[in-house]
Ligand binder design. Sequence first.
Ligand SMILES: C[S@@+](CC[C@H](N)C(=O)[O-])C[C@H]1O[C@@H](n2cnc3c(N)ncnc32)[C@H](O)[C@@H]1O
Length: 265
Amino acid sequence: MSSLDAIREGYARFDPRAYLQNNYMPPRADFSSEQCVVPWKLRCLAETFASGEICGRTLIDVGSGPTIYQLLSACEHFEEVVATDFLEVNREELQRWVRGEPGAFDWSPFIQHVCKIEGRGEPWQEKERRLRGRLRRILPIDVHCADPLGAPLRPPADALLSTFCLEAVSPDRAAFGRALVNVGSMLRPGGHALLLGALGESFYLAGAARLPVVPLDEDDVRGALSDAGFTIRDFRSYTMPPALRTGVDDVQGVFFVHAQKPLEG
Ligand SMILES: C[S@@+](CC[C@H](N)C(=O)[O-])C[C@H]1O[C@@H](n2cnc3c(N)ncnc32)[C@H](O)[C@@H]1O
């Protein structure tokens, strides 16, 4: 079995509910402290979208998993937000939230926090309604394929977002770099890419699944982006405080990158 097949097989045991519990409930989702990892991630995205420069018709989110927090600032700037994931259980979890079905994960504390940091005085229910309305497509994806959606995205996306996906599905740095090239093919020339991801992580847990992660340092991320032809516009990093090292993974830190695909010609 190839290492890619082994990773795909590991994801068969991925439990969305356990993953949400491990990463998107306290202590990691503690909105009383800006030093906490979840508020840090939300602030990176809110500040980057606040410039107004990143906008257009379509934003594609790669490897959305069962989460929508990453789309809360983005959704204000695009007519359509396309979510994607390899696993049907994750796509179903997202559909439950979009339809407001009973048993869907409660993202309201995240939505309230993003409304607060965006500072427009918008009622959080408005943002929830807007994201639900704009999240019309939740598609299967495999970042290891040259065409991750099975066919080229037409027209290509104006912006690409991916959070904690590429390093969590790649056996090594070379595969991470190839996956970045594959997903970059869905972005139009001049389009923006925003990545959040794990630094120095070798595994994470999601219920019965123990998923291997390729440990990356900041130079690995910068090198892969540059090899894939991106220009880095902003790079931030976060060190995981001891109180948030809860045993659900061995993540050392988090990176945030805003990169841009050059215009052709
Ligand atoms: C660590 S989770 C990240 C989820 C979410 N984006 C977040 O920020 O928490 C990694 C995601 O990658 C997805 N995945 C696994 N294999 C994949 C593949 N070959 N292509 C794309 N996504 C994949 C998993 O189903 C999972 O949802």
